[in-house]
Design a protein around this ligand. Structure first.
Ligand SMILES: C[S@@+](CC[C@H](N)C(=O)[O-])C[C@H]1O[C@@H](n2cnc3c(N)ncnc32)[C@H](O)[C@@H]1O
Length: 225
């Protein structure tokens, strides 16, 4: 299987280690929790299932899924981001299996989970299709992928090569069209959108244009039987 971040993983973990202390206060990562909870409940259901959250950060999605009764494993390459997630889970009395690892080195077994969530991670990846291939591999047949991300910048010069050593193809973010192409490329089917359940523009304006709201998508798709 192709690597998700063959050359950028270490620089990426350092990047998020340095930002972990302020991440929960920034652009809605834990804000709007009740709207996100409604999305997760509608999209994933509340019958307890196995969930893997790839690139869990400070645990926003993992906490939501666990609060709905799912059994959650949450993986992240940044120890500092995970440490905030661990504290939040303990405070909420939720049991989540946090794993400190890049997602493709976490040794997640094939066909071992019912649901994979990947929110706001694809834009940080060197090889986004490999993340979807990994999701497909660890999902049981007929399992569900929840993929969410947005278009965070409009005109930022892609200087990711200078910062991370390699070009990140979606450094400014992704459109729903980009995501649907990635989902189809990984062989998922039955794509559904849940964006309509999030009122307004929860992420605010794009970071380089105060007049343009951040467009984002929340999609689910089904792994082949
Ligand atoms: C923008 S944050 C999103 C966090 C969380 N999913 C959320 O929605 O709040 C991106 C996270 O992806 C993690 N990440 C990036 N590349 C990764 C990789 N290859 N393996 C595991 N985690 C990764 C980063 O460490 C960071 O915590």
């Amino acid at each position: 299987m192709e690597r998700v971040a063959p050359t950028t993983a270490t620089a990426m973990s350092e990047h998020w280690n340095a930002r972990a202390w302020k991440f929960d206060a920034a652009a809605s990562h834990r804000r709007d929790a009740s709207s996100w909870r409604a999305v997760f409940e509608a999209a994933l259901g509340s019958r307890p299932q196995d969930v893997v959250d790839l690139g869990c950060g400070t645990g926003a999605c993992a906490l939501l899924a666990a609060s709905l009764g799912h059994r959650v494993t949450a993986v992240d390459g940044s120890l500092e981001m995970l440490s905030h997630g661990r504290t939040a889970a303990a405070e909420a009395g939720l049991e989540i299996d946090f794993i400190h690892s890049t997602m493709d080195e976490a040794k997640l077994p094939a066909s071992s989970t019912d649901i994979v969530t990947i929110r706001n991670v694809l834009w940080t990846l060197e090889n986004p299709p490999a993340a979807l291939a990994l999701a497909r591999e660890i999902l049981r047949p007929g399992g569900k992928l929840l993929l969410s991300d947005g278009l965070w910048y409009r005109q930022r010069v892609n200087n990711s090569r200078e910062i991370f050593g390699t070009n990140l193809p979606f450094y400014n973010g992704l459109t729903e069209t980009d995501a649907r192409a990635l989902i189809a490329g990984a062989g998922f089917r039955s794509v559904e959108s849940w964006r309509h359940l999030m009122p307004g523009d929860p992420y605010g304006s794009v970071y380089d244009d105060p007049d343009t709201p951040i467009t984002f998508f929340v999609l689910t798709a089904i792994a082949p039987e």
